[in-house]
Design a protein around this ligand. Structure first.
Ligand code: HEM
Length: 221
């Protein structure tokens, strides 16, 4: 039987569900990146983690700059621009804890990421922010593996980038999702936002990979 190709892709009734469903494969891909595997297994090295945080700092600064550049004040934008959701202070605090650089040189994948973020449309930026905020879901659990790998005590520092909200994470995630759910159904726009989310999943994967092959953590996969 020939499968008809002209059937419209069913769209979930709300943006939060749509993003969750449509980026499932991208999330699975992110989980499989060697750095994330090592993180989940509790085998990541301190050097590899700090190097990664340095590149994430550049990425987050670029995303926050991109968000700030828009004059939008609608509820969805206010949510992604919420100063309490900024992750650069967490990254800076963790880097200070580890003695990492607050102004590292960007690796090749990070340079490409900064250009992609800079040129993202508003809708793509919303998708990108979804990926970053959503990553706190896994971060809540991964923080235990990080502590095991680096012999850390969360009370003394070094875990904020991965677990910025602590016990408040479920509430922070619910309120973020509520903002997405309030967006009116618009399949074409939802797809543009999904494109930004896919872009960001690719970006964080490439940034995680860029130093891994030759990097200090390569032998701990
Ligand atoms: C080893 C790596 C990872 C693990 C084990 C992991 C695990 C998880 C878990 C357990 C959830 C909650 C799922 C649920 O509520 O049903 C989640 C959600 C999520 N994660 Fe990850 N994650 C990982 C890496 C990442 C990365 C690198 C990103 C992107 C930077 C990411 C982005 C997200 C997003 C956007 C969601 C929300 C999905 C939704 O819409 O409900 N994750 N992750």
């Amino acid at each position: 039987m020939t499968i008809p190709t002209d059937i419209p892709i069913p769209v979930s009734p709300d943006l939060a569900s749509y993003l969750r469903e449509s980026t499932r494969a991208a999330h699975q891909d992110a989980e499989k990146r060697p750095l994330n595997r090592a993180l989940a297994r509790g085998t990541i090295s301190r050097e590899a983690w700090v190097k990664h945080l340095e590149q994430l700092l550049l990425l987050h600064r670029a995303l926050e700059r991109r968000i700030d550049r828009s004059p939008r004040t609608d509820a969805c934008w206010r949510t992604i621009a919420d100063p309490a959701r900024r992750r650069t202070p967490d990254l800076e605090a963790d880097l200070a804890f580890y003695g990492g650089s607050p102004s590292p040189a960007a690796g090749p994948a990070t340079q490409a990421a900064l250009a992609a973020i800079e040129s993202a449309t508003d809708d793509e930026t919303i998708g990108m922010a979804y990926v970053i905020e959503g990553s706190t879901n896994g971060g809540r659990f991964l923080v235990r593996s990080l502590c095991r790998a680096l012999s850390l005590d969360p009370a003394t520092g070094g875990t904020r980038a991965l677990d910025p909200y602590g016990d408040a994470q479920p509430e922070r995630w619910s309120s973020f999702k509520a903002a997405l759910q309030a967006e009116p159904l618009d399949p074409e726009r939802f797809d543009r936002i999904r494109r930004g989310a896919d872009l960001m999943f690719g970006i964080v994967g490439d940034v995680a990979d860029q130093f891994w092959q030759e990097g200090p953590g390569a032998d701990s996969i």
